[in-house]
Write a protein of this length. Structure first.
Length: 325
């Protein structure tokens, strides 16, 4: 029997490229608290601003149950940015639209973003406003019906004008605009002698006319007195102690309006003719200045007749006019 000697074979196992190492997690810092929950970020979708003007962008962060902290920053190309607390003041230098990105970062690594589009538009140029048009001049015809007028409360007829009351209105406008009465020169010896210039025509105020008629009736029937004040409060013709009280009463009772009333009143007596009445006012410096005042725009007239007894202050016919701006 033969014995065969086998050579000794040696095997070497080479393991490369494979690593299986388990590393234990780091031990957390006992003083560090990991945030829980989440937060939300909201920003306006758009903002508008004029060139060179600033606009404020204020992001809104809602923490909810989030226990960490949140920091904000902004990316705003082509806009100058100034931080003010939790807001960003954005100042553009040119027109256009710009996307502004706001980023909110949580202390646990959460990131939220929002985008606001800032539109920069050229400032609007002020548009020329139409000049206010003066109120068309309206004068009622003699006997115009109560309730007629120019469509406004002040231009409504509250007492039908007599022929004399309507005529005196027309004559006042004639002398104001032309310096004549029934076509004849009328300014000589008046407050506008040698210095006349046309004044605007006045429009009818029915509430002035109502107050003027009431005062004319008082002067004609209770006594002329000083021509402006009503002192006999027990008289059935009493309407108001002074001009302002009478006008305010007419506004309140006839039209449901209130007015502070700044104006003037003129009166005269013992004249039956409208032209004669206007002439008498023109040659009186004080009355002429009222009648020709350039900034007045409205007027009303009243006339009444009563007893003729001059020694007792009754002059038969009385005239009253009320003017205002």
């Amino acid at each position: 029997m033969h014995k065969i000697a086998l050579p000794l074979l040696t095997f070497t196992l080479l393991l490369t490229g494979c690593t299986d190492i388990t590393t234990p997690p780091p031990t957390p810092d006992p003083g560090q608290v990991t945030p829980v929950g989440s937060f939300t970020l909201s920003v306006p979708a758009s903002l508008s601003v004029a060139p060179g003007q600033a606009v404020t962008l204020t992001p809104q962060v809602s923490l909810g149950s989030y226990s960490g902290t949140v920091t904000l920053d902004v990316l705003a190309p082509s806009l100058a940015v100034t931080r003010s607390g939790d807001s960003f003041i954005l100042t553009p230098t040119a027109t256009g639209s710009y996307a502004v990105t706001v980023t909110a970062r949580g202390s646990d690594g959460q990131v939220k973003t929002g985008v606001t589009v800032v539109t920069v538009t050229a400032a609007q140029q002020p548009q020329p406003q139409p000049e206010p048009q003066p109120k068309p001049v309206f004068l009622p015809a003699p006997g115009a019906a109560v309730g007629s007028g120019d469509g406004t409360k002040e231009g409504t007829v509250y007492v039908s004008p007599s022929a004399q009351e309507a005529e005196v209105l027309a004559l006042v406008n004639e002398v104001r605009t032309k310096g004549t009465l029934q076509g004849a020169p009328a300014t000589a010896g008046t407050c506008v002698d040698s210095s006349f210039s046309p004044r605007p025509a006045l429009t009818y105020n029915g509430l002035f006319a109502f107050a003027a008629r009431k005062h004319a009736e008082y002067l004609a029937n209770a006594g002329y007195g000083d021509g402006h004040n009503e002192t006999q409060t027990g008289s059935p013709y009493f309407y108001g102690a002074n001009m302002t009280a009478r006008v305010q009463r007419a506004y309140s009772e006839q039209a449901g309006l209130s007015t502070p009333f700044y104006g003037s009143e003129i009166s005269t007596a013992a004249r039956n003719d409208a032209q004669e009445t206007v002439k008498a006012w023109l040659v009186s410096p004080v009355h002429c200045q009222v009648l020709m005042r350039a900034d007045y725009k409205q007027m009303g007239s009243g006339m009444a007749t009563g007893p003729l007894n001059p020694s007792q202050g009754f002059w038969g016919t009385t005239w009253v006019m009320v003017f205002s701006r």
